[in-house]
Write a protein that binds this ligand. Structure first.
Ligand SMILES: CC(C)(COP(=O)(O)OP(=O)(O)OC[C@H]1O[C@@H](n2cnc3c(N)ncnc32)[C@H](O)[C@@H]1OP(=O)(O)O)[C@@H](O)C(=O)NCCC(=O)NCCS
Length: 212
């Protein structure tokens, strides 16, 4: 029996190596009132290159090159398919017309199944409309509903990023402490605030929301 299970698990792993898209089985398409979150694909490359080529975005995230080219966008899509970036990377698109407006995702932390880290960016024309908060909330909900081992979600935002701080507050994240992270676009370390959302707090927020 155990040998059969091992054989099945090995054959599943080799199937996944041949078909990296199968790794996304834990990253279902997500729907919210105004958004569809799905895997990035080749049709997004031009929109990604256009929207991501913005220093107001690159300097707020850790690993986005600047300037950002079509080749960078093509590589990004390819690497998300290989599962090389993050764990579940989503294209944020408008439900009404499928327009690509940004990206969000979660990343596993090596050797610690109890935590994942969330990240996001949105094209500047779409800022201030609540889209990122809406996307982050469905992503968070998916993580806590489908991954029992995850006890909390971490996030880091630059101390000079009030928009992102506000998104985290609106999702229920709580400040943990200061830190430093490397920024590719800046070419050095930047000061960040570290935030955490505990599973129990998310569940409470959801049940309070449901009673309104
Ligand atoms: C951060 C970012 C994702 C926010 O996206 P968004 O869709 O505009 O976010 P939302 O509309 O859901 O929420 C933004 C909140 O910030 C508030 N805000 C906007 N400008 C602000 C400012 N200068 N100071 C304080 N709050 C501000 C908005 O009013 C809104 O809060 P409200 O709903 O209470 O009014 C977007 O600005 C972005 O992509 N920035 C560059 C990349 C980035 O910072 N990524 C995150 C890295 S940690």
């Amino acid at each position: 029996m155990q040998r059969d299970l091992n054989r099945e698990s090995q054959s599943r792993l080799s199937r996944e190596r041949l078909r990296p898209d199968l790794q996304r089985r834990d990253c279902p398409v997500l729907l919210s009132q105004r958004l569809v979150l799905r895997a990035p694909h080749e049709d997004d490359i031009d929109a990604i290159a256009h929207l991501a080529n913005n220093d107001k975005i690159a300097t707020m995230v850790s690993r986005m090159p600047h300037p950002y080219t079509t080749a960078d966008a093509a590589k990004f899509v390819e690497r998300t398919k290989e599962g090389a970036i993050g764990n579940c990377v989503y294209a944020i698109t408008k439900a009404e017309n499928g327009e690509f407006i940004g990206c969000c995702g979660i990343e596993n932390i090596p050797d610690d199944d109890s935590v994942v880290e969330i990240g996001y960016w949105l094209g500047e024309p779409y800022w201030g409309k609540g889209y990122t908060t809406e996307a982050a909330q469905v992503l968070i909900d998916m993580v806590f509903r489908t991954r029992n081992e995850v006890d909390h979600i971490d996030a880091r935002c630059r101390v000079v990023n009030p928009r992102s701080r506000r998104v985290l507050h609106k999702c229920g994240f709580q400040f943990q402490g200061p830190g430093m992270v490397q920024s590719l676009a800046i070419g050095g370390s930047v000061a960040v605030e570290w935030y955490r959302l505990e599973r129990r707090n998310w569940m409470s927020l959801k049940s309070w929301g449901g009673q309104r």
